[in-house]
Design a protein around this ligand. Structure first.
Ligand code: NAD
Length: 466
């Protein structure tokens, strides 16, 4: 039975909603459907817990975060099994076990961070110090693609810096987060971490959280359209915001790249989590000199990838997560098929299964190239002139990530620096790590996560002068 946890106690709701296994369509479990009153209560107890937590020394809070990491690690397999059933991703490969492993790594790394007082001046004129102070109640709103990893990205830095949290997962994948919060409450003081969940029908909890006067910050990961709504409704209460939104990352293959060497990296850069990844390669620009070979090698690699129910140990890619996204990808692929050449895939499968699809000979202006597909369909665009390719990569409202693929690392490095993106990679993509800040520029977001820069976002500055 999955319930909310508010003030360290399980809270049952009057109504519940079904969470479906995307591989089978069967109901995994019923999730609680929280009301506005549940939200108000969660904020109230989180405010009370904040008074205690924020007054504790950083070392004590670090101890709590270490205990969270240990608890997460101890329950990693249980959570991975549940994640596969509600999210659809495979247990193995870059699936649920990987996600749980990464969540533990991120939690542990965050535990090593600190924001000590910085002395700006200390001389005969006086002393000026910069202090980092926690904000209060943080509202965490998460998406359905990496529910547990993203929850950890939001919760651990918030608690380490002395904030308390109300977390609300996506209606598609609430169960792993509800169980995570339950487990974390075994090691946290009551009220520090509270969960809500809802089906976004009668009540839109995310919208209410964004406008709630008792919440001091929203950390949001999700689509650009929703992120913009969060920013608009947060304005009235001047909430701090970290917004990790969508992207349309370009990968650019230079003429000197070895198609066979790069095929695996490019494939997983695009198809990780079935393409349902914010910073995945969503359009691939390939120089005409290596175009045919790159297409061939990608198809060859794609043929080796097994698609199936994620609970089967040999599966590399599961179903798509939900019908809404499946329909969107189906529509984009149907349109792109009339404009380009299908190299592999292209036909929606049974249920929510969509085979890895690669469509070549496309141009900018086709929806599959211009929009965020967020699914297993990669458009390939031929180019002749590298300056033109960089310009096309940058001609986008988004700016999350981008990559250059080449044997000449220095040349690729110079080109990567010309990408208007928060992350730029050479010969890899979506290669994130807990000590390197990650965030989007332009329409892809506001602020950054991970590392010291990410931690700072859970604080306000106070300058003390005496
Ligand atoms: P979504 O925007 O539909 O939902 C995200 C969350 O917002 C859910 O919890 C949802 O319930 C909530 N929500 C819905 N309406 C809201 C409102 N009016 N105000 C506040 N919250 C509201 O996104 P999704 O479909 O779950 O996720 C896919 C998107 O997330 C993609 O665009 C992807 O690129 C993006 N994403 C970005 C990152 C990143 O780090 N940049 C990571 C993962 C996913």
């Amino acid at each position: 039975m999955y319930d909310l946890v508010i003030d360290g106690r399980r809270v049952t709701t009057e109504t519940r909603f079904p969470v479906l296994n995307p591989a089978t369509g069967a109901v995994v479990a019923e999730a609680p459907n929280a009301t506005e009153a549940d939200l108000d209560r969660a904020v109230e107890v989180a405010q009370a817990a904040f008074r205690d937590l924020s007054a504790r020394p950083e070392e004590e809070r670090r101890g709590l975060c270490e205990a969270m990491a240990a608890k997460l690690e101890a329950h990693a397999e249980e959570l991975a099994q549940l994640l596969t059933r509600e999210q659809g991703k495979p247990l193995n490969g870059l699936g649920s076990r990987w996600e749980l492993g990464a969540a533990v790594v991120w939690a542990r790394h965050t535990c090593t961070l600190s924001l000590p007082v910085k002395t700006i001046q200390n001389d005969n004129r006086g002393t000026v110090e910069l202090h980092r102070k926690p904000l209060g109640v943080v509202g965490s709103i998460t998406p359905w693609n990496f529910p547990i990893l993203i929850a950890v990205w939001h919760v651990v830095p918030a608690v380490l810096t002395g904030n308390t949290v109300v977390i609300k997962p996506s209606p598609y994948t609430p169960l792993t987060t509800l169980r995570f919060v339950e487990l974390m409450n075994e090691v946290l003081p009551a009220g520090v971490l509270n969960s809500l969940a809802g089906d976004d029908r009668a009540v839109n909890l995310g919208a209410l959280m964004s406008a709630h006067p008792g919440i001091r910050k929203i950390v949001f990961t999700g689509s650009s359209a929703t992120g913009q709504k969060v920013a608009a409704s947060a304005a009235a209460t001047m909430k701090r915001l970290t917004l990790e939104m969508g992207g349309n990352d370009a990968g650019i293959v230079l003429p000197d790249a070895d198609p066979r060497t790069i095929a695996e990296g490019v494939f997983w850069g695009a198809f990780i989590n079935n393409g349902q990844t914010c910073a995945a390669i969503k359009r691939l620009y390939v120089h005409e000199d290596v175009y045919d070979e790159v297409c061939d090698e990608l198809v060859k690699y794609a043929r080796t990838v097994s698609v199936g129910d994620g609970t089967e140990e040999g599966t590399a890619l599961g179903p798509m997560q939900n019908r809404m996204q499946f329909d969107k990808v189906s529509r984009l692929v149907a349109d792109a098929k009339t404009r380009g050449r299908v190299l592999i895939g292209g036909e929606p499968g049974e249920g929510l299964f969509f085979p890895p699809t690669i469509i070549a000979d496309l141009e900018d202006g086709v929806a599959l190239v211009d929009e965020e597909q967020f699914g297993p369909a990669l458009p390939i665009i031929r180019y002749r002139d590298i300056d033109d390719a960089i310009a096309r990569a940058n001609d986008s409202p988004w700016g999350l990530g981008g990559s250059i693929w080449s044997k000449d690392i220095q040349k690729a490095r110079g080109l990567a620096l010309r990408l208007e993106t928060g992350s730029a990679w050479v010969n890899k993509h979506v290669a994130i790590q807990p000590d390197a800040p990650f965030g989007g520029v332009k329409g892809s977001g506001l602020g950054t996560e991970f590392g010291e820069e990410g931690l700072q976002e859970y604080t306000d500055i106070q300058v003390l002068s005496y």
